[in-house]
Design a protein around this ligand. Structure first.
Ligand code: MRU
Length: 344
């Protein structure tokens, strides 16, 4: 599914496989402006931390095109980049990608807009290709943790669709399957946006990996019945001490895994580790519209006027994490091991 984020420089436009409609239909959403990209990020046309980062990289290229002909293009471009970086708060890959583009801009030292645009396009394409390569390395490290015949539970979608391709948590599964292991996946449905039921099930099924969908609230029962050997999930931001933010419900899965003695792993690239965030308590948690909870399609399923909690993420404390699977290897979730990942 390495086709789901495509940039056509000659238009220029960013084409995103619209994840709101999967698995019913495969339709592309076209972004021509930064406003379109911000909309696509906020409405979850594209979602998943690394995919958000790659999208933002191409968003910067669109921003450079957008300011062409503007008198004070530097100031306008700066504003557009700020609005891109702020589209969603929790996944640090978004701010990380925009920061990377900003630092390219800085190192060029007063470039023409044409030079900046061309350099940014090359950088965004490199980011996209790097992400797939990183996921493959992560997959190889993580696959060693998976035994032949394992059933692995995952929560949300940390697959090809959530990255530039191959996936983080699902990359581990794909790599284990490629290595000849039989793996069965339990995809938690992941209320309210149903990334597990719609997206994880869609891509695993498409790749021929056996998958069973479970209601989020079946987790304790399934673990109690001995149906789960490991849990592997992605992350949106990992703090310096190893606490990890991921889709709402992940914390509960990790607590249950601890109770039942099941190893719980996080698979994430270094770009998801935010060493400027000391602990999980400092990670901003996105709150989304109540409508995602109150409605199924166009139908309201809750009594009118009753308030709703719709936190999109929660934070799993490092103490519940058996290991963080990265492109540099599997490390314990603690401050020192995380710091060592960044030593050249
Ligand atoms: O709200 P979403 O769908 O963007 O949340 C995505 C997740 O929580 C993923 O598990 C995480 O970004 C890792 S994706 C490789």
């Amino acid at each position: 599914m390495e086709y789901h984020i495509q940039f056509t420089p000659e238009v220029p436009a960013l084409l995103l496989l619209d994840q709101r409609f999967l698995p019913s239909r495969e339709e592309f959403f076209t972004c021509r402006t930064v406003q379109d990209v911000v909309y696509a990020l906020q409405e979850m046309v594209v979602r998943g931390a690394p995919a958000i980062g790659v999208t933002a990289g191409f968003g910067c290229v669109l921003a450079a095109h957008e300011v062409a002909g503007t008198e004070d293009w530097h100031a306008r471009l700066d504003e557009l980049l700020t609005s891109l970086a702020a589209a969603r708060p929790t996944a640090v890959n978004l701010a990380w990608a925009v920061l990377r583009m900003r630092s390219v801009w800085r190192t060029l030292a007063l470039p023409s807009l044409e030079t900046l645009t061309a350099t940014w396009l090359a950088e965004a394409l490199a980011m996209q290709a790097e992400d797939v390569a990183i996921n493959r390395r992560m997959g190889a490290h993580g696959a060693a943790l998976i035994a032949d015949g394992d059933t692995v539970m995952t929560h949300c979608n940390a697959g090809a669709l959530a990255t530039a391709g191959f996936g983080t948590a699902l990359g581990v599964i794909y790599a284990a399957v490629e290595a000849g292991k039989k793996v069965h996946v339990i995809a938690n449905e992941t209320r309210p946006f149903l990334q597990g039921a719609r997206l994880t099930a869609f891509e695993l099924h498409k790749h021929g990996v056996p998958v069973t969908i479970a209601c989020d609230n079946a987790c304790a029962l399934l673990m109690h019945q001995g149906r789960v050997n490991k849990v592997v999930v992605g992350a949106d931001r990992i703090a310096a001490n190893g606490d990890a933010a991921n889709k709402i419900g992940t914390f509960g899965v990790a607590l249950l895994a601890k109770h039942f003695g099941i190893p719980f792993y996080i698979a994430a690239p270094l770009s998801t580790i935010d060493r400027s965030t000391a602990t999980g308590a400092d990670i901003p948690i996105e709150q989304r519209t109540p409508r995602e909870v109150t409605h199924v399609g166009e139908t309201c399923i809750t009594p009118e006027g009753v308030p709703v909690f719709n936190f999109a993420f929660d934070v799993t404390p490092a103490s519940l994490i058996a290991g963080i699977i990265t492109e540099k290897g599997v490390v314990p979730a603690n401050q020192q091991a995380i710091a060592e990942l960044f030593v050249e």
